[in-house]
Design a protein around this ligand. Structure first.
Ligand SMILES: Cc1cc2nc3c(=O)[nH]c(=O)nc-3n(C[C@H](O)[C@H](O)[C@H](O)COP(=O)(O)OP(=O)(O)OC[C@H]3O[C@@H](n4cnc5c(N)ncnc54)[C@H](O)[C@@H]3O)c2cc1C
Ligand SMILES: *[C@@H]1O[C@H](CO)[C@@H](O)[C@H](O)[C@H]1NC(C)=O
Ligand SMILES: *[C@@H]1O[C@H](CO)[C@@H](O)[C@H](O)[C@H]1NC(C)=O
Ligand SMILES: *[C@@H]1O[C@H](CO)[C@@H](O)[C@H](O)[C@H]1NC(C)=O
Ligand SMILES: *[C@@H]1O[C@H](CO)[C@@H](O)[C@H](O)[C@H]1NC(C)=O
Ligand SMILES: *[C@@H]1O[C@H](CO)[C@@H](O)[C@H](O)[C@H]1NC(C)=O
Length: 582
């Protein structure tokens, strides 16, 4: 009876546990950066993560390398091709380690991303084979080169092996003393008729371990071992150069092959060919971009209509920024991050625009933006919430989230949740979106603050800019962006030395954003339909252009004042009933 129950339980377990593999389509609402079919990257989600990665008791358990990313993060987007190539390159290692990814921007995956303490994107973790909890994950770095990625992964696999010595893994031990030739074959499968020995000069060399990993798929036919140059076999075989590979057949004492080993020979060639393709694609993208720019020059009206500050984009970005980014790592807000949250929400409460210039019968008039006016009430409520509880006690991420939801419900859910990005919609899902909405918000906020300060002698432009910088520094999930922004605003283009007059509150951000645009121009994160211009481009503001492509700052000032005061209202919002936290 007990025995029957056990079988029954096993069946239930097997049908509940969902194990993701290549081909598994992840659940969730956001676009993902990987293709379940095309790419060698396993896509995990909330329902599969634990059962896949925490593999205890299964026969086919392996270690996992997981990239936690965010689909909107530019650096993640440009990193995705590297990660795909890497996954493909080491697909042969998959009995030992599998390559996976998880989109932490997807609300479905919140709990798992939090449990893993994901602080920024992309965030790389190695889970040893018998991990049973997030606790065992080891943080790795997202290197740009495949060789560095391979070396780093090999190192953690070797550490894992040093502790656990799984017997179906390659035998990474350095060959020890042997007294008979037969001992060499110790541990070989019966079916294995060949043995490869890699001779290395340095015990910390990773070449041999990598070759062993490459060869795991042949382990029915071949036993592979590592051997140090001090071993007596080296003299016996007259080996002088390292690393060298010797291949033996069972029963034969003279190797069938001795060759100096350049492990990277094959994959270097492949990588070269792959890159050559990339370069070609890039050139094609560049030339089509140039044509598009020309289209804008030839037909400015066509491009002009694509550019505007959108209420929808700003509110969408702010909900994500305040609700999801702030609570990403769970835990508590305290000290500098609590202060940063307070001052940012305070700036929004004071200056988030709630009116828009509209042209009525030839006259410019200000009309109320209904959603934004209610969103401002939310910001006020949140500011007062922090203000009244004070800064001494830590504020838990959960409490903050609850307060946010309560405040937005009280205002009839002004933030669009199910609507797509508007001006910030990319020509495909991996472009633009959140970061575009964030920039738009920063510009419109600072323009409004300037207008509000018209008669205010106590206005301090730097305090608004500091609240933006502090929010970015504490919470912006794109690590790469955050670091660049902090470096620029504190060192290379220092806020404190650039901002003197009231209008610098928005002129500074305009300059800073153009520095970012110049740096990102031509990168793979650039949406071909929205190339990185020095803003505003000719087709938006012909008067702003001076000779040699320089911009006339007075014209730009007027242009920005108008552009970021004429906000396109949310057109249609089917989501006023929504209120789950997405
Ligand atoms: C603080 C911050 C730092 C970032 N750092 C990086 C980084 O280091 N690496 C990276 O890959 N990505 C970074 N990003 C993201 C990147 O800047 C873009 O947001 C992203 O590439 C999407 O570009 P986009 O075409 O939608 O236009 P965005 O650059 O996002 O601009 C949004 C809109 O603002 C307007 N605009 C453009 N330039 C200006 C300007 N100078 N002044 C006023 N308005 C302007 C245009 O209407 C444009 O469509 C950062 C984003 C932010 C918010
Ligand atoms: C993994 O399992 C081995 C036994 O197979 C055990 O010695 C080791 O402590 C385990 N490691 C972890 C991280 O649980
Ligand atoms: C996954 O396991 C962690 C413990 O490591 C647990 O906290 C979490 O709730 C689990 N997630 C699911 C969806 O079961
Ligand atoms: C871009 O312009 C070049 C010549 O100027 C032309 O040969 C090419 O076909 C154009 N490409 C596109 C995508 O229009
Ligand atoms: C906020 O700062 C506190 C104190 O330095 C730290 O313990 C906490 O992890 C931080 N929280 C977040 C969400 O960054
Ligand atoms: C526009 O403004 C002018 C003068 O300021 C005024 O006479 C006219 O009635 C206004 N038109 C509209 C449609 O408000």
């Amino acid at each position: 009876m007990l025995w029957l129950t056990a079988i029954f339980l096993c069946k239930i377990y097997a049908s509940v546990g969902e194990i993701a593999d290549i081909g598994t389509v992840p659940k969730g609402v956001n676009p993902t950066l990987y293709d379940s079919v095309e790419d060698s990257v396993i896509q995990l989600d909330e329902t599969t993560f634990n059962d896949t990665v925490f593999c205890t008791g299964r026969e086919d358990c392996s270690s996992y390398l997981v990239e936690f990313y965010s689909d909107w993060c530019g650096h993640c987007r440009s990193y995705a091709p590297v990660y795909k190539s890497f996954a493909k390159d080491i697909r042969g290692w998959n009995k030992v380690v599998k390559i996976a990814a998880m989109n932490c921007a997807d609300p479905l995956n919140d709990v798992t991303c939090r449990a893993n303490g994901i602080l920024f994107f992309p965030y790389m973790k190695y889970f040893p084979r018998n991990s049973s909890d997030t606790f065992y994950g080891v943080k790795l770095r997202p290197y740009q080169s495949l060789a560095e990625m391979r070396d780093q992964l090999t190192q953690v696999i070797l550490q894992d092996y040093a502790i656990n010595r799984f017997d179906d893994w390659p035998n990474f031990d350095i060959l020890g003393d042997i007294t008979t030739y037969g001992e060499l074959w110790h541990g070989a499968k019966e079916s294995a008729d060949n043995m490869a020995i890699i001779f290395e000069s340095d015990t910390s060399s990773l070449v041999g371990a990598q070759l062993l990993l490459d060869l795991t798929k042949y382990n029915d036919r071949l036993l592979a071992r590592r051997c140090h140059k001090s071993h007596p076999l080296v003299d016996a075989l007259h080996i002088n150069d390292f690393p060298t590979l010797a291949v033996f057949r069972r029963g034969e004492r003279v190797p069938v092959l001795i060759a100096e080993l350049r492990r990277l020979l094959l994959s270097e060639l492949e990588e070269y060919l792959r890159n050559e393709n990339n370069f070609r694609e890039r050139d094609i993208a560049f030339s089509s971009r140039r044509n598009r720019t020309d289209i804008c020059a030839a037909n400015p009206e066509k491009c002009k209509v694509l550019y505007y500050a959108s209420e929808q984009d700003m509110l969408k970005a702010l909900r994500y920024a305040l609700l999801r980014e702030v609570t990403r790592s769970g835990g508590y807000l305290h000290g500098s991050n609590l202060t940063a949250l307070y001052t940012f929400v305070d700036a929004l409460a004071q200056h988030f625009p709630q009116v828009s210039l509209t042209n009525l019968g030839g006259n410019e008039t200000e009309v109320l933006l209904d959603h934004s006016a209610r969103a401002r009430m939310v910001f006020m409520q949140l500011r007062d919430f922090i203000g009244s509880r004070g800064f001494n006690e830590p504020l838990s991420a959960d409490n903050w989230q609850t307060e946010f939801i309560r405040a937005e419900q009280a205002q009839g859910n002004p933030f669009p949740v199910t609507l797509d990005w508007d001006h910030c919609r990319g020509s495909s899902a991996q472009f633009r979106g959140y970061t575009c909405g964030l920039w738009t918000t920063f510009h419109a906020l600072t323009v409004r603050a300037f207008k509000n300060s018209a008669n205010d002698v106590s206005f301090r432009p730097l305090s608004i800019l500091h609240s933006i910088r502090d929010w970015v520094g504490e919470f912006f999930g794109c690590e790469h962006c955050r670091n660049h922004f902090l470096k620029m605003t504190t060192k290379t283009f220092k806020m404190e030395s650039q901002v003197r007059q009231s209008e610098d509150v928005f002129m500074y951000l305009w300059r800073a954003h153009n520095i970012v645009n110049a740096r990102l121009k031509g990168r793979e994160t650039e949406d071909p339909k929205f190339p990185k211009y020095q803003f505003p481009p000719l087709f938006l503001c012909p008067n702003c252009q001076e000779e040699q492509g320089r911009l006339n700052e007075n014209e730009v000032l007027n242009y920005l004042l108008h552009y970021y005061s004429s906000i396109k209202p949310i057109q249609d919002d089917p989501t006023t009933q929504q209120s789950t936290f997405v």
